[in-house]
Design a protein around this ligand. Structure first.
Ligand code: ADP
Length: 493
């Protein structure tokens, strides 16, 4: 509006000068040149950019209840957000506010949804952008955009009379990668520096409290400065959903769809191993499209089964193990778990064959009390747990696999520790000047002894491995208690 008035007044002034007999040509040329420059700069994004602000109060926002299979991530996130909700208390107690939360995990698992729900939960305005929007060839533009982003967040909060704003930065690794890596120009570094400046400048008693939620799948790529306390010091893992999670997500996306009686949600959840939330949403949609093409009024199981293939082929899933691989992963993890329970009863807290990070499956142990000194027996027990995965594979599947590489590395490191600390048959030695063959013999001696113990034990419990593997393959995840109820009497003998 202001622009139009200014233009009108300028034009009137020019006409007035012209009529009064002034030479207006130089003025005209300057005006045109300035206009052209402004237009160019704007079209190349050199000037401040408007960020996507979504007023959460208006329009239907996303609630945490709309996000399935992420209960751990949601409760961790809520715990951090509760700090913001209770602004008076944090000011009174002088607590440093949480400025940044990092959501890490594969694409399509609901990180954007979580950020939106967080904005709704804290009654904040929501401002979204992506790391790639900051990267331009022109020096200083990225940094200016970061400043603009924070200003937009603050001003929209004031306009909407909210006390807080949530800035969501997707793909933060593009903007927040390790500094000094881009040798061609320092644009990335300047942009990141500006983000750090903004984060450091935020205060508890600011008129608008700003919270930055960022998402990435590559936390290892981030500059360490971002992860320091007072910046993104909270990290929430957002994993691929397990079977129960997939069931929840399917239910959410089937809410508004007419399903035929033959639709078996449990089966669909089982068949969609490795699917993210976004894949499941796409599955629900594709199923409905197939039903529409056939002219049916309801969506049947066959439509969804066909949609599974379509989603899988259309979008190459990152990692989808075959049935036999899954079985191997299950056998391996059950091996670890059995030894863990034998050595420290009650230590298994969860077993899963859903891929997490780099691991195809894993067994989570309940943490031990902090111990700073370890005996030889303790270290040997650790080695046994590490070796048990591959020995279980050997016993049940007649051979080992490459999946145990990491376990062996760790086992050898632990055996090395036994030698270094003078607890091996060699007595107190200096490992640096120990002849290689002597060291080799000592190391393999330790490992072989433990291997034998594990093989004897797993050989004795034998049958129960298959039983647990079968359950793990159908359930994907079992709790420590359930595992103990299945195996207790076998381990005790
Ligand atoms: P990310 O930010 O992790 O890449 P998004 O939050 O953008 O993933 O998810 C994309 C879409 O996939 C969402 O709009 C939603 O339809 C679906 N989706 C992803 N995760 C979930 C989930 N946990 N529950 C329900 N829907 C999900």
């Amino acid at each position: 509006m202001l622009k139009e008035i200014g233009l009108g007044v300028g034009l009137a002034l020019l006409i007035f000068l012209w009529v009064s007999g002034y030479d207006i040509l130089p003025l005209l040329i300057i005006g045109l040149a300035a206009g052209a420059l402004f237009y160019l700069a704007r079209s190349r994004g050199m000037l401040a950019k408007n960020f996507n602000t979504e007023p959460m109060a208006a329009g239907p926002g996303v609630a945490f209840s709309d996000i399935g299979g992420q209960s751990t991530a949601i409760s961790e996130l809520k715990e951090a957000l509760d700090f913001i909700k209770d602004q008076e208390t944090i000011v009174r107690l002088g607590i440093r506010p949480i400025k940044g939360i990092l959501l890490t995990g594969p694409p399509g698992t609901g990180k954007t949804l979580l950020a939106k729900a967080a904005a709704g939960y804290t009654d904040s305005v929501f401002v979204a952008c992506s790391g790639s929007e900051f990267i331009e060839m022109y020096a200083g533009v990225g940094a200016q955009r970061v400043r603009q982003l924070f200003q937009t967040a603050r001003s929209s909060a004031l306009k909407q009379k909210k006390r807080s704003a949530l800035i969501f930065i997707d793909e933060i690794d593009i903007l927040g990668g390790k500094r000094g890596q881009n040798t061609s120009h320092h644009e990335y570094d300047q942009t990141l520096n500006q983000l750090l400046v903004e984060l450091d400048g935020m205060k508890t008693n600011d008129r608008v409290l700003v919270l930055v939620v960022a998402a990435t799948n590559r936390v290892d790529m981030l500059d360490q400065a971002l992860l320091r306390p007072g910046r993104f010091d909270r990290q929430v893992r957002v994993e691929l959903p397990d079977k129960a999670g997939r069931l929840e997500i399917l239910k959410l996306h089937f809410r508004n769809k007419p399903l035929a009686d033959d639709v078996a949600l449990e089966d669909l959840a089982r068949e969609t191993f490795g699917f993210s939330g976004a894949h499941l949403e796409s599955l629900a949609n594709e199923g409905a499209i197939l039903a529409m093409r056939e002219g049916g009024s309801e969506i049947r199981q066959a439509h969804f089964m066909e949609a599974i293939d379509k989603v899988m082929m259309g979008e190459k899933l990152d990692r989808r193990p075959s049935k036999s691989e899954l079985e191997r992963v299950a056998v391996h993890e059950v091996g670890h778990a059995l030894l863990s329970e034998k050595i420290r009863p009650g230590s298994v807290s969860m077993l899963t064959i859903t891929p997490r990070g780099q691991a195809l499956g894993y067994m989570r142990q309940a943490p031990e009390d902090d111990t700073y000194l370890h005996t030889r027996e303790y270290l040997e027990n650790q080695i046994q747990v590490l070796l048990a995965g591959s020995i279980a594979e050997e016993l049940i599947l007649n051979g080992r696999s490459t999946g145990a590489g990491n376990d062996f590395e760790q086992a050898l490191r632990t055996a090395g520790q036994i030698i270094r600390c003078g607890m091996s048959e060699l007595g107190v030695v200096d490992p640096d000047i120990l002849p290689a063959d002597l060291r080799y013999r000592a190391l393999t001696g330790i490992i072989r002894n433990q291997e034998k113990k594990v093989r004897d034990f797993l050989g004795r419990v034998g049958g129960v491995i298959n039983q647990v593997v079968h359950i793990l393959l159908t359930e994907e995840k079992i709790s420590g208690e359930y595992f103990r109820s299945l195996t207790k009497k076998h381990i005790a003998h």
